[in-house]
Each structure stands twice: as C-alpha cells, then as structure tokens.
Design a protein around this ligand. Structure first.
Ligand code: SF4
Ligand code: MG
Length: 333
C-alpha cells in the first residue's frame, strides 16, 4: 500500500517547572493512502500529542521534539519552516477537533469562512466559491444551506457545528484528515451520522484518516488498523480484526474488557482498569504497564519489552510469550 504518512521513532517531551515529561516515547507507525488508522488509549497516553505533533500545533516551548521524523508525502515535516507548515495545515492535512469552536471563527458567518478557504486553497472566484460552499454544506447534510451560510456559528446546534467544521476541513480536499475525538461531545445518533459522513467524504476524496478516540465501538466501525498507546508508547498495533479478535497485549485486553456490550446483563460489572498510568516525569525502567498488569513477569520490571511480531501487520510490546524474555531476564544476573 502506498504510504501517505510515516512516523519514525518520534519522541516528544514537555519542559515543565518540575522537570521533563516524556509524553510520546519512540513511536513509529505508517498510514496508507485512503486508509483509516485509529489511535486508542486512555486520556494522557499521548494520542493528542501525536496528532498535534503531525500538525505542529504543540506550543513550543514547553513542547519539543526529542527525536524522530514525520514523513508526509515524502517530506519530513519536522524540517519545515513555520511558513511551509502553514501551507500544509488546512490544505494537505486537515484536522477536526472535539470542540468545533476551536476551528470556527465565532465572529464570522459560516458561509464566509468556507468561501475564504475555497478562494485561498482552491483558487476559486468568490462567486464560484459561494456555489461550492452551498454544495459542501449539502454534502455534510446541513439543511437549507442557502439560508444557513448567512448565519454565525452560535446559531447552529452542536451537531450542526460539527458538520460545518467537517465541511471546513474538507475545503482543501486534504490528503490526510486527523480527527481528534470528533464526535465525543455529541449524542449517539448524531455521532453515527457524522461518522458516516466522514466515511462518505473519505471515499469521494480518497483521503486517509487518523482517528483518535477512546471509543472502541467507533474504532471497530470505522478503522482499518488500530494503534494502541499506553504511557506515551505504542503497545500494540494490528488490523482492526487482529486487535479485536486476537488481542495480545494485556493492556489492550483490559481496554476491550472495559467496553460495555449490548448483550451484557445489568448485573454484569463493567470493568474499569484499576490503577493509574505511570508518571512520565520518571518513565518506568521496564514495562510501563507493570503496576497494573495481571500477568507481569520478573523480567517486566526492569526491561522495556521488545516488539513481538504475530503477523506481518500485528505486533505487541510485551514480554509474555516473547521468545527473548528469558534472554533479557538472564542479562540481569
Ligand atoms: Fe504485563 Fe509484562 Fe507484558 Fe508488561 S511486558 S504487559 S508487565 S506481561
Ligand atoms: Mg486528547
């Protein structure tokens, strides 16, 4: 598969008064053309930092790139100037957030916001852009677009604002869309409509999507592949089927067990994951999940687990059943 994005050995830290927080630690992954890759994990695991690193939207300082490359369409984004990044953002890569107000301008009619984007990115005349804006609002199923382009963001409901933001993100026909918890604030019905919409637009534009969410139902529904992050690291990666049906990492297992199922009886307890992730001021020497893992071995405490390949597409970072576990443990003696 042709790759649109390659993240290689990326490490991102934040300098704080109390020291350095290693928010993302040596992660590598690819996104293929037209592919949807989900990044999942608890809050604070580094999902959003990863997304914002690709877009270079992190405040620098306190954030800084310690290591790595982000290759988009053949170019390392970390070597781009602010000006070059500005041209890529909202053009070749777009982002949608949980809160549409972060990307909509509250003081500007939504039609004008879309028209300006179209004039800038697609070099349309104002007249053509206006027609296109109405077409795009139609595409994202905003009713009466001719009327609504003359309204301000606050005149829209939450779900409608989310649609407008998606329309705005599509203005440039981006090659990559990064969606960070795009539907978390919406009720389930609207959520399903918005996700369906993203999928339709993806097919029309042949676009790749990075979907960041903690909602595993959405992941199962939308994604081709899944990346599971824990404490700033990737702990498991595979096709959606491999992750759900052949789960390997103890953390992924717990994450899946914490999802409510439709066939669950009311008496059945919902498993939340006990304990808290480690403090990333002082990342653990061994496996980050050690304190919360039911399967922890002696080797796990002091040795960072290596990736174990289960198939060409499926790998997990865990010592359990790892062929090198004995060797690592022996090296301690
Ligand atoms: Fe658990 Fe050890 Fe695997 Fe970490 S490496 S997840 S502690 S078994
Ligand atoms: Mg987040």
């Amino acid at each position: 598969m042709e790759k649109i994005l390659e993240v290689k050995n990326l490490s991102v830290s934040f300098k704080t008064f109390f020291g350095e927080v290693e928010a993302v630690r040596d992660i590598s992954f690819n996104v293929g053309k037209s592919e949807t890759v989900a990044i999942v994990g608890e809050s604070g695991c580094g999902k959003s930092v990863t997304a914002n690193s690709i877009m270079q939207l992190l405040p620098m300082p306190p954030a800084f790139f310690k290591n790595g490359e982000i290759i988009f369409d053949g170019n390392n984004l970390l070597k781009k100037s602010d000006k070059e990044m500005q041209a890529i953002r909202g053009n070749e890569i777009s982002m949608v957030f949980q809160d549409p107000m972060t990307s909509l301008n509250p003081t500007m009619k939504i039609g004008k916001q879309i028209v300006e984007g179209l004039v800038k990115h697609r070099k349309l005349s104002k007249e053509e852009a206006r027609k296109k804006a109405i077409e795009m609002l139609n595409l994202v199923a905003v009713p009466q677009p001719e009327k609504r382009i003359n309204q301000y963001p606050h005149e829209f409901s939450g779900g409608m604002r989310q649609r407008v933001m998606i329309a705005l993100a599509m203005v440039s026909a981006p090659k990559l869309l990064i969606a960070d918890e795009p539907t978390t604030a919406l009720d389930v019905t609207v959520q399903a409509q918005i996700l369906e919409l993203m999928r339709e637009i993806q097919q029309k534009l042949d676009m790749s999507i990075i979907l960041i969410t903690h909602d595993l139902g959405i992941v199962a529904d939308m994604s081709d592949r899944v990346i599971v992050m824990y404490a700033g690291q990737i702990v498991e990666e595979g096709t959606t089927e491999e992750i759900f049906k052949n789960t390997k990492h103890p953390y992924t297992k717990k994450l899946l067990a914490s999802v409510p199922r439709l066939d669950m009886s009311r008496e059945e307890p919902l498993h939340s994951i006990e304990g808290t992730p480690p403090d990333l001021y002082i990342p653990p020497k061994g496996c980050s999940f050690y304190d919360r893992c039911d399967y922890a071995l002696k080797v796990c405490k002091n040795h960072i687990p290596e990736f174990d390949n289960h198939s060409g597409t499926h790998q997990s970072r865990c010592w359990l059943n790892h062929p090198m576990a004995k060797v690592a443990e022996g090296s301690e003696a």
